[in-house]
Design a protein around this ligand. Structure first.
Ligand SMILES: *Cc1c(COP(=O)(O)O)cnc(C)c1O
Length: 465
């Protein structure tokens, strides 16, 4: 399989190079040169397979030429062996039509583990025995940081620096990062906001002096391998609910459009998906884009679902690329317009093209709370606020009553226990694997929110260990 850029001018790469590169050199995102096709019989043959075997079948075409089926199986076994539920992503029934797909049984209790655990294995495999050391630098407002740290802690040839805004992530989230004491993990609390931290990371990637001294790598959801890992659970859930002989709909709480794009890929590969419901909170650029073509970024409103508090959805470009019949020059033009004006009108034929599969909803705090209570009272489940946004959109949709609707449950309720307690009166306990989180030693550096200080710190660690 070859990978091409959505902006049409970066070099074509194989799976290994696309994984290590993250962003394409023309500013675009890598996508497979064509979507692998599964026949209905091939999908039927997934029935009854374990999560790992499903993962091997679904991902083999994407890694073709770089990893053998056996190598891929070993990586999947290592990645998913760390999940606390043997089904990896179990389904839970809420009522006759609604289901939850629990994606939070990984080490850091959010769905990002599903992709990042595999990405950590892939990085280690691709760098093993070579003489390249990579330095991952990221900024986090919560979930991505801990999932990325867990994925690479203790690995050779990889160092990770994770910047978080001091005092602005929850205690659970901070401790999930800062109590990982592996020598290749560097947590930095920045005096400033998440946007300040994010801006510093972007500047580091564009800094010639930094690039000359260290090989930088990114683990955010623009990395194709992350999306590939997420395609698997759409197949896994659908065949358990009667697919491919019955259509299934999915409702996906969305921020960067990564998770729901993986559902789109499953559909393109031949999985009969009735509908993909894009569920946003009040930061609803995606809902506006899919309903009226208005793709314009405002300012972020903080909500009880911080992992979806974004204004610009990086992965949306991948969908636009397909909607524009994969015309890289057209996407290059549209994105250039967006980057200067922070706004663009998506052409009507492209919006119409998306409507065949996608619908969308913007869910406010009250609707989120009601969905959380409904899951408790009618489905016997305590869910997290992000999953509740998805469930609210699922219940408001007009999917026919004989089609199962699966809401992706993206975080464990204990990760957002204040909000859950406010809505339900129940304070969810931390799972046993994190039970002693508050007794563990923490280690992190506090730095001024100033670029030169952060840059000097990173370069000095890289030079002197
Ligand atoms: C990251 C995240 C999301 C949003 O996922 P995207 O792939 O960015 O759309 C939703 N819920 C939780 C809990 C997350 O951590």
């Amino acid at each position: 399989m070859e990978y091409i850029s959505t902006r049409g001018s970066a070099p074509t790469l194989d799976f290994r190079a696309a994984t290590l590169a993250g962003l394409a050199s023309d500013g675009g995102l890598y996508v497979p040169s064509s979507w692998p096709q599964f026949t209905l019989d091939e999908i039927r043959s997934l029935q009854g397979l374990s999560y790992v075997e499903t993962a091997v079948r679904v991902m083999t075409p994407f890694v073709n030429g770089v990893l053998s089926e056996e190598e891929l199986r070993e990586l999947c076994q290592a990645a998913y062996g760390r999940f606390s539920h043997d089904a990896v992503t179990p389904l839970v029934q809420l009522d006759h039509q609604h289901w939850l797909l629990e994606l939070f049984h990984g080490p850091t209790l959010a769905f990002k583990d599903v992709a990042l655990q595999l990405l950590g294995q892939l990085f280690a495999k691709f760098l093993a025995g070579g003489d390249t050391d990579i330095t991952i630098v990221g900024a986090t407002s919560g979930d991505t940081g801990s999932a990325a740290i867990e994925a690479v802690a203790g690995r050779e040839h990889i160092r990770i620096f994770m910047l978080h805004p001091e005092g602005r992530v929850s205690d659970v989230q901070r401790r999930q990062m800062t109590t990982v004491l592996a020598p290749n993990v560097y947590n930095v609390a920045i005096d400033g906001s998440f946007d300040d931290a994010q801006a510093m990371v972007k500047r580091l990637f564009g800094d010639a002096e930094v690039r000359e001294k260290i090989t930088l790598s990114a683990v955010n959801s623009i990395n194709w391998a992350r999306l590939m890992a997420q395609v698997v659970y759409y197949f896994y859930a659908a065949v358990r609910l009667g697919g491919p002989d019955r259509e299934v709909a999915f409702s996906v709480p969305t921020g960067n459009f990564g998770d729901v794009f993986a559902g789109y890929v499953a559909s393109r590969m031949g999985l009969p998906i009735n509908r993909l419901i894009v569920a946003t909170n009040v930061n609803d650029i995606l809902h506006r884009a899919l309903s009226s073509g208005d793709y314009s970024a405002g300012t972020v409103t903080p909500t009880a679902t911080p992992s979806m508090d974004i204004q610009v959805s990086s992965n949306f470009e991948r969908l636009l690329f397909d909607l524009a019949s994969r015309d890289g020059a057209e996407i290059n033009g549209l994105m250039a317009e967006f980057e200067t004006k922070r706004a663009m009108q998506i052409p009507e034929d492209m919006v119409a093209g998306a409507r065949g599969l996608f619908s969308s909803a913007s869910v406010d705090g009250d609707a989120m709370t009601l969905a959380l209570r409904w899951a408790q009272e009618h489905g016997g489940q305590i869910i997290d606020p992000h999953s509740a946004v998805g469930l609210a959109a699922a219940r408001a949709s007009d999917v026919a009553s004989d089609i199962p609707v699966v809401t992706l449950a993206t975080a464990h309720p204990a990760k957002f226990r204040e909000a859950v307690e406010r809505a339900t009166g129940v304070r969810p306990a931390l799972p046993t694997r994190l039970g002693n989180l508050f007794d563990r030693e923490e280690r992190y550096e506090k730095l001024a929110g100033d670029y030169d200080t952060v840059k000097a710190y990173i370069l000095s660690v890289c030079e002197h260990g």
